[in-house]
Ligand binder design. Structure first.
Ligand code: NFE
Ligand code: MG
Length: 482
């Protein structure tokens, strides 16, 4: 007889996620991923000065405010018809790079590694699922030391970010047309000092640790968590000042991978479906540029505050694995089918951290002290804009409509909405749901396979549902007022 396992909340991720699976014969036969928090940040923007969007949208999340600030800046650049000067583009990139590094290091060491590394029997290492820790003692002990070291390195990545961003989280220098920061030789030197130490940590500690875990857990780690195998990257981190409508002149290129084919992306083919989400059914299937946020708490049959984003009606995984595959990165492509897995995702994230860190050093060389980092602009009376970006967790899009110099509509479709969203109108599961199906559960009291699968996606529910926490969803949701 099928057995139901509910993990609520899933710990060591950002935000409130509930996972519910049905297990039969020791295998998951169905899964539901529910975002149990409503936020409605998009509604807060309506009627406001469009120039404020890149500051308000950073408040979606404390982990990736940079990603939202960046998508928003790109969206405003597009709506206002302004292009940042080289210094502005590069400073934005350096801030993004610093954010990738702190985010990926945080994810591996402080969120995911404890699924593989057995910490001492004290907080924050307990409570934990017991029974499947396979690392030899010497490697395990070293990994615990690296957990501590990673706290310091992550702090330094945030400090590095603040050299040009002024503070973290929620940097103050972001604006349409570039950044409000001035580039000086002193700041370049300061940034470079941090970057050297962090790059060495990524090369000498983070990547080797991921390989060590892969070596020991590879038997099943490269086979569980397959998912939908459709991969999407909007492309991110602009490498030139030339026009790039197809998003190809970026550190991470725009594209899709589906059924063995590499295909282009047309953002007009993105929709969000809400049949299984707590939003009004009349708003389903809309292109985000015309999207709506109309909460319908308690809607029958719905089970998540996340919408279900789709490309041509099809679910896509986003994130480091998608970026590496779309960019045809040899080490990941060479994994073949094994790449679509829990360890494939950790490997792609670590590899990407090295790519970003080494690229950043070259960007620092391109900065010209004293040159402008900002281009002036006027806010149009009417207009619209799109900002497509790659956040650490994957494809992130912002869409704005300007009406009478104010924000008429603002929509964000976020990486974890792609990955962690519920079924769509056709009943197709979201990528995390799909990745759970087929997974073995050896011990229903310690379903470690399930959290390994979920955490490999590095979900962030605060981002995904985009200020209010609702506990015990089905009852208390009804008392909720917008
Ligand atoms: Ni809140 Fe985020 C990233 C964005 S995830 S962490 O990376 O955008 O959905
Ligand atoms: Mg949204």
């Amino acid at each position: 007889m099928a057995q139901r396992i509910i993990i609520d909340p899933v710990t060591r991720i950002e935000g409130h996620l509930k996972i519910e699976v049905e297990v039969d014969g020791g295998k998951v036969i169905d899964a539901k991923s529910s975002g149990t928090l409503f936020r409605g940040l998009e509604l807060i923007l309506n009627g406001r000065d469009p120039r404020d969007a890149c500051h308000i949208m950073q408040r979606i999340c404390g982990v990736c405010p940079i990603a939202h600030g960046t998508a928003s800046m790109l969206c405003l650049d597009d709506a206002f018809g302004v292009k940042p000067p080289p210094n502005g583009r590069i400073v934005r990139n350096l801030i993004q790079g610093a954010n990738y590094l702190q985010s990926h290091i945080l994810h591996f060491y402080h969120l995911a590694a404890l699924d593989y590394v057995k910490g001492p029997d004290t907080a924050p290492f307990i409570p934990r699922y017991e029974g499947d820790y396979r690392l030899p003692k010497a490697i395990n002990d070293l990994a615990v030391q690296h957990y501590i070291k990673a706290l310091d390195i992550r702090k330094k990545a945030q400090e590095m970010l603040a050299v040009f961003g002024a503070k973290m989280p929620h940097v103050t220098v972001f604006t349409a047309g570039g950044v409000t920061e001035t580039v000086t030789a002193e700041k370049i030197t300061q940034f470079r000092q941090y970057l050297r130490e962090i790059t060495a940590f990524v090369d000498d500690v983070y990547i080797p640790d991921v390989l060590a875990v892969a070596g020991v857990y590879g038997d099943d780690g490269f086979s569980i968590g397959t998912g939908c195998k459709n991969m999407l990257s909007y492309g991110g981190i602009r490498l030139t000042d030339e026009d790039d409508p197809d998003g190809q002149k970026q550190l991470f290129r725009r594209g899709r991978y589906i059924n063995g084919q590499f295909l282009p992306v047309d953002e007009k083919k993105i929709t969000e479906e809400v049949k299984y989400s707590w939003f009004n059914d009349s708003t389903t299937g809309k292109y985000p540029g015309e999207g709506m946020t109309e909460p319908a708490p308690g809607k029958k049959g719905a089970y998540s505050w996340l919408k279900a984003p789709r490309y041509e009606g099809t679910p896509y995984e986003v994130g480091p694995l998608a970026r590496q595959i779309v960019n045809k990165q040899k080490e990941v492509i060479d994994l073949g089918e094994k790449g679509f897995s829990v360890l494939g995702r950790h490997f792609a994230r670590a590899l990407e951290s090295g790519q970003v860190a080494h690229a950043m050093s070259g960007w620092l060389d391109q900065l010209v002290p004293g040159e402008p980092a900002f281009a002036p602009f006027n806010v149009p009376k009417e207009g619209s804009g799109v900002g497509l970006h790659e956040a650490p967790r994957g494809a992130l899009g912002h869409w704005i409509t300007v009406k009478d110099y104010r924000i008429g509509n603002y929509q964000a479709v976020v990486p974890t909405t792609w990955n962690g969203g519920p079924r769509d109108d056709k009943g197709q599961r979201g990528p995390i749901e799909e990745a759970l199906v087929g997974s073995p559960v050896k011990d229903a009291d310690n379903p470690i396979e399930l959290v390994r699968i979920v955490r490999a996606f590095d979900p962030c529910i605060a981002c995904a549902v985009h200020v209010l926490e609702v506990k015990g969803v089905s009852k208390e949701v009804k008392s909720f007022r917008i």
